[in-house]
Design a protein around this ligand. Structure first.
Ligand code: FES
Ligand code: FES
Length: 190
């Protein structure tokens, strides 16, 4: 999403509403291939995803499957969330070769061969570690649903050379709970 409106990170209002969040990630139309070479079954394709430094051979019914589906349902990393499915909310944000991308709008074929980092990989990454510590120190999350995407966007901005408030200038994640002020506070020391 290219909406660059900075206002939500500087707002003085906190809605405090916890809207109901869908955790539906869509249908699982593939399978875990297990270790070794990607397995291909009748009608399926073998694809290997590199996630958080590990290789995951998976079998998908179509290589057009959104990366988000594959991460959650086939790789088994459920920290990346489904929100809108149309590149608006940012809940599904992951890093692809260090850059934030919406995984609901990227196919597994586009992601194959690239370095994918999810929220589960942050603790092993120097920038990710710093961001996690800042989030904890500022008690940023409310319901938490959007926060993995928030963190991935912030870490992507750090990797692009941003610091402090310029990090939120790069972020366009939506938060139903209205944690923008605490996100703004958390990035100040980064
Ligand atoms: S799920 Fe909302 S941007 Fe991807
Ligand atoms: S949606 Fe609840 S913390 Fe952002």
């Amino acid at each position: 999403m290219e909406d660059s409106s900075p206002s939500k990170y500087n707002t003085n209002t906190n809605s405090g509403s916890n809207g109901s969040s869908s955790s539906n990630t869509g249908s699982n139309s593939g399978s875990v291939a297990g270790s070794g070479s990607p397995a291909t079954t009748s009608g399926g394709s073998g694809v290997t995803l590199n996630v958080n430094g590990k290789s995951y051979p998976i079998n998908v019914s179509s290589t057009d499957m959104p990366l988000l589906w594959a991460l959650r349902d086939l790789v088994g990393l459920t920290g990346t969330k489904y929100g809108c499915g149309v590149e608006i909310c940012g809940a599904c944000t992951v890093l692809i070769n260090g850059q934030p991308e919406k995984s609901c709008d990227m196919s597994v074929s586009e992601a194959a061969g690239k370095q994918i980092m999810t929220v589960e990989g942050l603790a092993a990454d120097p920038d990710g570690k710093k961001a996690q510590a800042a989030w904890i120190a500022n008690q940023v999350p409310q319901c938490g649903y959007c926060q993995s995407g928030m963190l991935m966007s912030a870490v992507g901005a750090m990797k692009a050379g941003h610091h402090g408030s310029s990090i939120t200038g790069e972020m366009n994640n939506l938060c139903v709970c209205g944690t923008y002020q605490r996100v703004t506070a958390a990035v100040q020391g980064l």
